[in-house]
Design a protein around this ligand. Structure first.
Ligand SMILES: [Zn+2]
Length: 195
């Protein structure tokens, strides 16, 4: 099954061409007292800094099974993921993780401790996954998910998972389950080395 190619970028490319304050064309240069190329407006003086984005999500458990959603959107259409998404302005990481779980799986959960913090510098992102307990088996996946389902640990669709931060978070969980201890894991995902 294929989805029609979007006629627009989602999200928009990060490179900025015009000033959001005065609409003048942007110049890329290193401002005084700085050491990086920035998007500078020579007309009004605004410097448009770009910084990493936070992705927040949840590893929710119901009777020893983990909640996964099959994506209805690109990238990784049709692949399985932990419910997660971009943090919105004005919310905490915990609120964002709860919101994404509601939007993508319609699951009622009780949020637990922060479990993985994963730097993904080549994607300009930091991912945060919380542990959570599902309060019921009922799921009501939203439009971003083709389906949502609880998987026993020995039936996780490893080859059909969407993202490396999802894979490594689940790997940590499967390993930590053996000792029933779930410390926080902080690590980074390096750029894949070409074969
Ligand atoms: Zn400007």
């Amino acid at each position: 099954m294929t989805t029609p190619a979007p006629s627009f970028y989602f999200p928009a490319p990060r490179t900025q061409r015009f000033c959001s304050q005065c609409s003048a064309a942007i110049t890329l240069r290193v401002p005084p007292d700085d050491n990086r190329m920035r998007a500078v407006c020579e007309n009004c003086g605004a410097i448009h800094y770009q910084n990493p984005r936070n992705v927040v999500g949840v590893l929710a458990v119901w009777q020893d099974k983990v909640l996964l959603c099959r994506r209805a959107i690109e990238p990784r259409y049709d692949k399985w993921t932990l419910p997660a998404g971009f943090m919105e302005l004005g919310e905490t990481t915990a609120q964002g993780a709860m919101r994404e779980t509601q939007e993508e799986a319609g699951a009622q959960i009780e949020l637990g401790p922060l479990y993985t913090v994963i730097d993904v510098p080549h994607a300009e992102q930091v991912h945060f996954f919380y542990l959570a307990r599902a309060l019921s088996e009922d799921l009501f996946p939203g439009p971003e998910s083709l389906e949502a389902r609880f998987f026993p640990l020995d039936q996780i669709p490893w080859s059909e998972l969407a993202f490396r931060t999802v894979i490594t978070t689940l790997e940590h969980y499967v390993e930590d389950r053996k000792g029933a201890q779930f410390p926080m894991h902080h690590y980074d995902i390096p750029l894949p080395v070409p074969d």
